[in-house]
Write a protein that binds this ligand. Structure first.
Ligand code: AMP
Length: 281
C-alpha cells in the first residue's frame, strides 16, 4: 500500500493500532537495495505492521549538487517493496507534507556525537536528519524505528534525538549488509560504474586491515598505513579515516583497558562519496 498524505497514513495506522498491532518504521531515502531489505526483514521480526518511508530529505544535504544527483526512482522502489512484502505500508510524502512551507532545520544539542566525522565534514547534516526524523516519529508514532549500522554515527545521533525530544520510540540498530566482496550496499553505489564498484572494495579492505592490525599496532601507525593505502589508489580521495571510542565517537590515539573502538571512513570515488565503518573488536 502506497500512501503520500500524513492524514491517510495516520488513519490507516489508527486502525492497525486499535487491533493491537505494533508499528515499526524504517526511514529511507529510496533507491532501495538489499541493505534496506535487511532492515525491513529485521523490522518484521520485531513488529506487526511496517511503514517504510521514502523521502529524500533536503535539509540533510550540505551540498546542492549531492541532493540533485541523489538517485531517485519511487515507482521502482514501491514495486520492489511490494514484491518483497505486499503488506508493507510505503509512505512517500512530498516535501511540503513534512515541512509545510518552511524547509528549515531545527537546532539540536547532539554534543560530541556530531563534532567529528560526518558532523565535521557535512555541516548541518545531523540537524537535518534530526529535523526530518522528529517529524516522521510524530506522524507515524512507531513503537520501534530501525536504522543501519552502516551509518553508525547517525544511529547514535538518533538515539540521542529521542532522548532530547522525549519521543516514545525504541531505536533499533541493524548490522551492515554487504555484497560478497564486503562492499556495503548503498544507494550511492548506483552511481558507480562496474570498474568503480570493484575499486570501491578498497574501503572494506582498509577497514578489515585496521581491524586485523588493531591488537598489535598503535592507532597512529594504523592511521598512517590506511592513508598510504588510499594514496596508492589515486582514483580515491580519502576524506577521513578515524578510529574512535565507540561509546562517545570521539577520535582517540590511545587504547585504554575496557574501551571499545570503531574505525570510520569517508572517501570520494570520482564524484561519489562513500562511507563505511567497522568494530575493531
Ligand atoms: P538511506 O536510504 O541511505 O538513508 O538509508 C536508510 C536506512 O537504511 C538507514 O538507517 C541506513 O543506515 C540503512 N542502510 C543503508 N544501507 C545499509 C546497509 N548496507 N546495511 C544496513 N543498513 C543500511
Amino acid at each position: 500500500m502506497v500512501i503520500n498524505s500524513k492524514i491517510s497514513l495516520q488513519e490507516t495506522l489508527e486502525i492497525a493500532k486499535k487491533e493491537g498491532e505494533t508499528i515499526g518504521l524504517v526511514p529511507t531515502m529510496g533507491a532501495l537495495h538489499e541493505g534496506h531489505l535487511s532492515l525491513i526483514n529485521f523490522a518484521y521480526s520485531q513488529c506487526d505492521r511496517i511503514v517504510v518511508s521514502i523521502f529524500v530529505n533536503p535539509t540533510q544535504f550540505n551540498n546542492t549538487s549531492d541532493l540533485e544527483k541523489y538517485p531517485r526512482n519511487v515507482s521502482k522502489d514501491t514495486e520492489f517493496l511490494k514484491d518483497h512484502n505486499p503488506e508493507t505500508i510505503v509512505f512517500t510524502p512530498e516535501v511540503e507534507e513534512i515541512y509545510s512551507d518552511k524547509v528549515e532545520t531545527e537546532p539540536f544539542e547532539f554534543g560530541n556525537f556530531v563534532n567529528f566525522m560526518e558532523g565535521e565534514f557535512r555541516t548541518g547534516h545531523f540537524e537535518g536528519v534530526g529535523s526530518v526524523l522528529k517529524r516522521l516519529f510524530d506522524i507515524v508514532k512507531p513503537d520501534k524505528a530501525f536504522f543501519g549500522e552502516k551509518d553508525y554515527q547517525q544511529l547514535m545521533v538518533v538515539k540521542k534525538l529521542v532522548e532530547i525530544t522525549g519521543q516514545d520510540v525504541e531505536i533499533m540498530g541493524c548490522p551492515t549488509s554487504r555484497n560478497e566482496f564486503g562492499l556495503a550496499q548503498s544507494s550511492r553505489n548506483f552511481r558507480l560504474n562496474d570498474a568503480q564498484l570493484k575499486e570501491a572494495e578498497l574501503i572494506h579492505e582498509a577497514l578489515t586491515k585496521a581491524k586485523n592490525r588493531f591488537s598489535t599496532n598503535s592507532i597512529e601507525t594504523i592511521e598512517k598505513e590506511i592513508e598510504q593505502l588510499f594514496q596508492s589508489h589515486p582514483s580515491f580521495e580519502l576524506e577521513y579515516f578515524s578510529i574512535v571510542n565507540e561509546k562517545d565517537l570521539i577520535p582517540t590515539k590511545t587504547k585504554e583497558p575496557g574501551e571499545k573502538h570503531r574505525a570510520f571512513i569517508a572517501a570520494f570515488l570520482g564524484e561519489v562519496r562513500l562511507i563505511d565503518n567497522m568494530a575493531l573488536y
